[in-house]
Write a protein that binds this ligand. Structure first.
Ligand code: ZN
Length: 413
């Protein structure tokens, strides 16, 4: 937890805080972002967000890919759909959403390295909303790196000042394995993406984050209906969760099975069907590798740096437990393919593997389900259909039953 608390701080380049005492009657109301605008040209671009009331915010830049992040308290975004998709000046795209309880974020992708020239807040006046203004200017890669590094040093000093006494290394994680875990099996469902990260988006605007959440809810219902499982969801609303935290949920709950749920898009090809992925250090093929890269980008989109997070998980990889978990995951995947194949279209190779960060809990059999391709009109139709979702969820529940039945049988021998 210590790590999570400190993580975002090194990236803070500019922090601007504005406070205003709210009248009592308004104190519980959430601020609403009612408009955004981008203006300027390819050397200097201004981003403006209209907010119903004055809020505190911080703005900073991040590399790989270059982007500007505006962190806000809980803000509801009441913006027209597709507003963030237009290229203007230095801005290629922007996204917004809830990051976690009480925290919202706007992520502005830029066409190259930029610096924040200035940022300020205009108080609401004469019936106009408050405005957050961020001016960004084009810069060179070298200047970006120099500025970014010096800000990191400052932030680290800031962390040192904040901590009381020496920072001790985090205690090694201990997991109590209950030899005879009684009661229901625990299944963690992990609908991908969320909040600021929409995941894949169909040409017609269907978002992966919405489709996978809706499927996860149907699947949860199907599993709970058997009376055999406790089902935990990593998210049950539209919020961003880091990949590491998704893995943590599986570990903390001592899950017996972890199912990540996603949907993909591909450009220029008519790919369709369901695919089931397990973890592997070596991807089973180039397509699987490319997909893992896309899915692992979730954290970059949310603004956290993946590299800092994977280090810990890489160490865990050594754990022998993982080998066993992988075998279990593979075993389950085969059961799932058997159930799904008669019911719906599957891709040419429905069982694949690649280095998905979200599957790296060493002691939990984990699989990633790609429901289909939002780039295909036919798949999109299925994925958004409650009838199809229910059919697939039931088949999945049967696969889960069959998996645990065999598990128990093999352990009894
Ligand atoms: Zn995804």
């Amino acid at each position: 937890m210590r790590k999570m608390r400190l993580l975002p701080l090194p990236f803070v380049c500019i922090i601007l805080m504005f406070f205003m005492t709210l009248p009592e009657s308004l104190a519980t109301e959430v601020a609403v972002a009612t408009g955004t605008r981008v203006g300027g040209d390819a050397t200097r671009t201004r981003f403006v967000a209209d907010v119903s009331e004055t809020v505190s915010y911080s703005v900073y830049v991040l590399p790989d890919p270059y982007r500007v992040v505006i962190d806000l308290p809980n803000v509801r975004f009441d913006l027209p759909p597709g507003i963030g998709h237009k290229v203007r000046g230095l801005v290629s795209e922007y996204r917004y959403g809830l990051l976690e309880a009480g925290k919202s974020r706007i992520v502005i992708d830029t066409l190259g390295p930029v610096l924040i020239e200035k940022s300020f807040l205009v108080e609401p006046q004469l019936g106009q909303p408050a405005r957050i203004v961020v001016d960004i200017v084009k810069t060179t890669e070298a200047a970006f790196v120099k500025s970014y590094n010096s800000e990191q040093v400052k932030s680290q000093q800031h962390i040192a000042e904040l901590s009381v006494g020496p920072i001790s290394p985090p205690a090694p994680e201990k997991k109590i394995v209950l030899a005879n875990k009684v009661g229901k099996k625990i299944i963690v469902l992990d609908p991908g993406h969320g909040g600021v990260d929409p995941g894949a988006v169909s040409p017609r605007g269907t978002k992966e984050k919405d489709v996978v959440l809706s499927f996860a809810r149907v699947l949860r219902q199907a599993l709970v209906a058997t009376g055999k499982y406790d089902v935990v969801m990593t998210r049950n609303d539209d919020r961003f969760i880091s990949l590491k935290n998704r893995v943590s949920v599986a570990r903390e709950k001592e899950a017996d099975l972890f199912l990540a749920i996603h949907a993909d898009t591909v450009r220029g090809r008519d790919a369709r069907g369901v695919t089931i992925y397990t973890l592997s250090d070596r991807a089973s093929d180039a397509e699987a590798e490319a997909l893992a890269k896309r899915e692992n980008r979730a954290d970059i989109i949310g603004g956290l740096d993946l590299e800092a997070e994977t280090e810990e998980i890489t160490d865990i990889l050594i754990d022998l437990a993982q080998r066993e978990s992988k075998n279990h995951a593979m075993f389950f995947s085969k059961k799932a393919v058997t159930q799904l194949r008669p019911l719906t279209l599957m891709t040419g190779k429905p069982l694949r593997s690649a280095g998905f960060v979200v599957l790296k809990a060493p002691d939990v059999p984990s699989i990633l389900l790609e429901l289909g391709f939002l780039s295909s009109k036919s798949d999109e139709k299925l994925l958004t259909s409650v009838v199809w979702q229910t059919k697939i969820a039931k088949a999945f529940a049967t696969a889960v039953d069959s998996y645990f039945a065999t598990e128990v049988a093999s352990k009894a021998n």
